[in-house]
Design a protein around this ligand. Structure first.
Ligand code: UDX
Length: 484
């Protein structure tokens, strides 16, 4: 099928390249001419595993082309709208780019089109889009509006396209439904080869969920808000583990082994980031208000997430006391591994807080340093995790890149000024750190004291003894009124 994809960001470019890979002829368009020219020259605006090869392969096969929106809209029978819907000041989603694409469609397309919403939009947007297209329909265009929300994750976007749990289609016409089935047929019946796996692991066939546009739109916001809630929940439980002396790994395993809950998204840490969860949560809270629904539960999810930054900084201060003049090594800047994306990254929030306290930051990330430099030019960016650790009073693990697990502890021990690891992602083994002479502090798990090569504790009990907590600003007791 001849398909146009308007918008060449994460969702647009990945969708365009994957649709071409499953055999469609795809025109990927963007109003940013410079971006289109870079793409034509084979330069991708972001790092995403497998996407580079996919784009190159499909451009050379002639199935994928880059162009401007007006040209694409005249060609493709199906038009995927994948433009950005960034948050406005008040947290609502900015839909102005969607509206301009709609205007372009009715002013330059002829015959029939299905207009497919793939950007994350508030419920009832498809209805509004249909109305807008009808009002400005100068050329008697025949069209249907479809909602087809995206669930791909950065860092595994290509894999998520080829192995989705579900494909959600919100449409009111059988013609549109038939075309959507045709578009996704190779993925739905897993007939296609997948560019990620040489041999795809056997997975259940993806579910095709057919519904109305309002329900399809709500699936997206509700799914992201639920996942964010699950993360805030496990972070809350991690706090309880720290206070009670329990082990969050075991607790999460105990909770997640219940099929009704599931193990996924129960990894505690420094909070969720990225360009989706924070903004989708905010937008959904606003939608709730407009619909007259009390979404205070989601406000709590947001509050818990924002608090993670302060809690992590408090952890560092508890070990290092005064931060002014201290050198802190930061391992990981991206909001999660396998991406170069630092938008709303918890690591950057924490670094800003630490620098405000006068700490010096030496940072390393395998992919995200270029983008982090734009936000935080004052940080010292290093060639390797080891270079970042030189002279450090503590090593902070803020993104769980797997390469950080391959530590040469002896070498690291020779580089740091103080053998302290504060692991905001529970990536490393407390036992391994301790047996290599490092003090280890994780999230929701017992801290580990450094051992000598003989296995004896490096420090006396007096040194490791906890200072009596007066009224720690973040401890529950300082917030709750005394129980009568
Ligand atoms: C998310 C949704 O997963 C995806 O379906 C949607 O299409 C877009 O938004 P993404 O933002 O790429 O995808 O990242 P995701 O893997 O969901 O992680 C989001 C954040 O949650 C990251 O900061 C990650 O570190 C954090 N996270 C995730 C946790 O802190 N704990 C977990 O258990 C899982």
């Amino acid at each position: 099928m001849e398909i146009s994809v308007i918008g060449s960001g994460y969702v647009g470019l990945t969708t365009a390249a994957c649709l071409a890979e499953i055999g469609h002829r795809v025109l990927c368009a963007d109003c940013d001419l410079e971006k289109i020219n870079s793409l034509k020259a084979g330069r991708l605006p972001f790092y995403e595993p497998h996407l580079d090869d996919l784009v190159k392969r499909n451009v050379s096969s002639g199935r994928l082309e880059f162009t401007l929106p007006s040209a694409a809209i005249q060609k493709g029978e199906a038009i995927f709208i994948c433009v950005g819907t960034p948050p406005l000041e008040n947290g609502e989603a900015d839909l102005s780019s969607i509206e301009s694409v709609a205007r372009l469609i009715v002013s330059s397309a002829h015959g029939y089109r299905i207009v497919i919403e793939k950007s994350t939009v508030p419920v009832q947007t498809a209805k509004r889009l249909w109305k807008h297209l009808s009002i400005y329909n100068a050329n008697g265009l025949e069209f249907d509006v479809v909602s087809n929300p995206e669930f791909l994750r950065e860092g595994s976007a290509v894999e998520d396209f080829f192995h989705p749990d579900r494909v959600v289609v919100g449409a009111e016409s059988s013609r549109a439904i038939a075309l959507m089935k045709e578009i996704y047929a190779p993925v739905l019946r897993t007939r296609t080869t997948c560019p990620v796996h040489s041999q795809c692991p056997s997975m259940p066939e993806p579910k095709l969920i057919l519904t109305d546009t309002n329900s399809a739109e709500l699936v997206k916001h509700a799914s992201n808000s639920f996942l964010a809630m699950k993360i805030s929940f496990i972070n809350l439980i991690a706090d309880a583990c720290e206070a009670a002396g329990a082990d969050i790994e075991k607790v999460a395993e105990g909770i997640g082994s219940d099929k009704r809950i599931g193990q996924a998204f129960l990894n505690p840490g420094i909070g969720f980031g990225g360009f989706c969860f924070p903004k989708d949560l905010q937008a959904f809270v606003r939608i709730g208000e407009k619909l007259g629904c009390d979404f205070s539960l989601l406000r709590e999810v947001e509050k818990i997430n924002v608090r993670r930054t302060e809690q992590f900084v408090a952890k560092i201060k508890k070990e290092l006391w005064v931060l002014r003049g201290k050198t802190l090594a930061v391992w990981g800047l991206a909001f999660k591994p396998n991406t170069d994306d630092v938008r709303f990254a918890p690591a950057l929030n924490i670094i800003r807080r630490l620098m405000a306290e006068g700490a010096k930051i030496r940072a390393y990330d395998p992919e995200a340093m270029q983008k982090a430099k734009l936000d935080l030019p004052e940080v010292t960016y290093c060639e390797s995790a080891y270079q970042a650790a030189e002279g450090a009073d503590a090593v902070l693990v803020l993104t769980e890149w797997s390469e950080f697990r391959e530590i040469n502890w002896k070498h690291l021990g020779e580089l740091v000024a103080h053998s302290l690891i504060i692991d905001g992602r529970n990536l490393l083994s407390a036992e391994e750190a301790s047996s290599n002479g490092f003090q280890y502090v994780g999230v929701g798990r017992a801290a580990a004291q450094p051992l000598r090569p003989t296995g004896e504790p490096k420090w006396t009990e007096a040194i490791t003894a906890e200072l009596p907590v007066a009224s720690h600003p973040l401890s529950a007791s300082s917030q709750a009124p005394p129980i009568a």
